[in-house]
Design a binder for this molecule. Structure first.
Ligand code: NAP
Ligand code: HSE
Length: 442
């Protein structure tokens, strides 16, 4: 027997049959969703009109203590997706192949699915969404992008009549937490990452966060929904935050900027897109500059609606649990109405263009031989490509060896031209090291 989350409220007597739910995974996200269903059961019953009953919970380690009756816990995940009495599966275990097989099997078995798995939806979403549509079932994944912030549903519904022109956002809680702690508390990278992991923000393999894969997945999902074409992660340029040094954060601050990991997608006139994930300097007055810690934000420009910004907690148990429960409630309402909601299929591939064709300003930090003519040689490398420099900072690192550090901004230019200039600098006799470079987002 499952745990009747509706309790004994008077209203449950009037309710219809309980909706039976099986959970795959009871970690950070699963336990958050369960806690919300338990703590807010009366309000949820009032809003759904029928009780939601968690009847099975699939995990890897049967013996781990959990805030759910041990009677419900099993390591036999197939027994959950094959259980004919279960209406909805919550896939909150993560990973690609096993999770993908279980979601597909659940849909083929006639079950609605809610998932928080951004990797699965980014890589195999088009196929799974089509399967759900064919089966007349819901496949919801609001928690996969932006933690607790409603993003997928507004793009699918309220904004669906717009041509989306551009989206830009901070879409990873772990890296935003790390960069905030490095900036505001002068923490080292590893220490800040350890804190983000302890708070339940990071992926099982945190390189997914730190190296930008997580944002690549999220941007692929958002773009697929916004443009109605399949945007696969590999079509998105990706660069993570490992190279962002404390010196860059300090120089950015001195120049009036903060450093954020951004996901950006621009719609092109030919129907294609250019999409990218990379750290960038943004002016302190920019709306995204004040989005700190685990908070995420997405700025969207639609042709009719204009500019919108969504923000909130982008990771963690409660925020993500809230998104899962929101999706589950939507599914329950659809079940009670006798059908599925809008599944928004996106089968056709999108045309993508390379980041080489994007125009940006840039920040550069070089270690140089501190000798006469260095500045003019530097200006020549960029000047040959019609690009000028600004906001220069210089300091001596070692007077005896004549080693110095130069920091400068490059006025907006084509990515291709900038990269050629950087390559030339790497082999220039006056450059000891290209210590770092980053894009500057206006
Ligand atoms: P987690 O804390 O590691 O929990 C994973 C759960 O799945 C655990 O209960 C684990 O069982 C179970 N599980 C994993 N692999 C399994 C397997 N092979 N067989 C059986 N059970 C298995 O992960 P999480 O942070 O909750 O993340 C879950 C999903 O949500 C991921 O797709 C993640 O990307 C996504 N997500 C996470 C967040 C966040 O803030 N953490 C936010 C949005 C989306 P045990 O408990 O026995 O280990
Ligand atoms: N690891 C992810 C993040 C979880 O830090 O944003 C939320 O998707």
């Amino acid at each position: 027997m499952g745990e009747l989350l509706s309790g004994v409220e008077e209203s449950s007597k009037k309710a219809g049959r309980p909706i039976r739910v099986g959970m795959l995974g009871f970690g950070v996200v699963g336990s958050g969703a369960y806690r919300m269903l338990t703590d807010n059961r009366s309000a949820i019953l009032r809003k759904v009109g029928t009780p939601i009953e968690i009847v099975k919970v699939g995990v890897r380690d049967q013996e781990k203590p959990r805030a759910v009756s041990q009677d419900l816990v099993t390591t036999d995940l197939n027994s959950i997706v094959d259980d004919p009495s279960i209406d909805v599966i919550l896939e909150l275990m993560g990973g690609l192949d096993l999770a993908g097989e279980l979601v597909e099997r659940a849909l083929k078995n006639g079950k609605h699915v809610v998932t928080a798995n951004k990797e699965l939806i980014a890589k195999r979403g088009a196929k799974l969404v089509s399967l759900a549509a064919t089966q007349g079932l819901d496949l919801h994944f609001e928690a996969a992008v932006g933690g607790g912030i409603p993003l997928i549903q507004p793009l699918k519904h309220q904004l669906a009549g717009n041509e989306v022109l551009k989206m830009m956002g901070i879409l990873n809680g772990t890296t935003n937490y790390i960069l905030t702690k490095m900036t505001q508390n002068h923490l080292g990278f590893e220490e800040a990452l350890g804190e983000a992991q302890a708070l339940g923000y990071a992926e099982a393999d945190p390189s997914s966060d730190v190296d930008g894969f997580d944002v690549q997945f999220k941007l692929a999902i958002l773009s697929s929904i916004a443009f109605g074409h399949e945007v696969l992660p590999e079509a998105i340029y990706r660069q993570g935050i490992r190279e962002v040094a404390a010196q860059d954060i300090a120089y950015a601050d001195m120049l009036g900027y903060v450093i954020k990991l951004l996901g950006i997608v621009d719609a092109l006139e030919d129907g294609g897109i250019v999409a990218r994930v990379h750290p960038a300097l943004i002016p302190k007055a920019h709306p995204l500059a004040s989005v700190s810690g685990v908070y995420n934000a997405l700025w969207v420009r639609g042709d009719f609606v204009g500019d919108l910004m969504f923000s909130g907690r982008g990771a963690g148990s409660d925020a993500t649990g809230s998104a899962v429960v929101g999706d589950l409630i939507d599914v329950c309402r659809n079940i009670l109405l006798g059908g599925a909601g809008n599944t928004s299929t996106y089968d056709l591939p999108v045309k993508t263009r390379s980041i080489d064709e994007v125009t940006n300003a840039f920040y550069v930090r070089l270690i140089v031989l501190d000798k006469p003519m260095v500045l003019s040689k530097l200006a020549t490398v960029f000047g040959q490509r019609g690009v000028s420099l600004s906001a220069m900072e210089m300091r001596v690192l070692d007077a005896e060896k004549q080693h110095g550090e130069i920091v400068f901004l490059v006025h907006p230019c084509l990515e291709r031209d900038f990269q050629q200039a950087i390559e030339e600098l790497r082999s220039a006799e006056f450059v000891l090291k290209v210590a770092s470079w980053m894009r500057v987002q206006a």
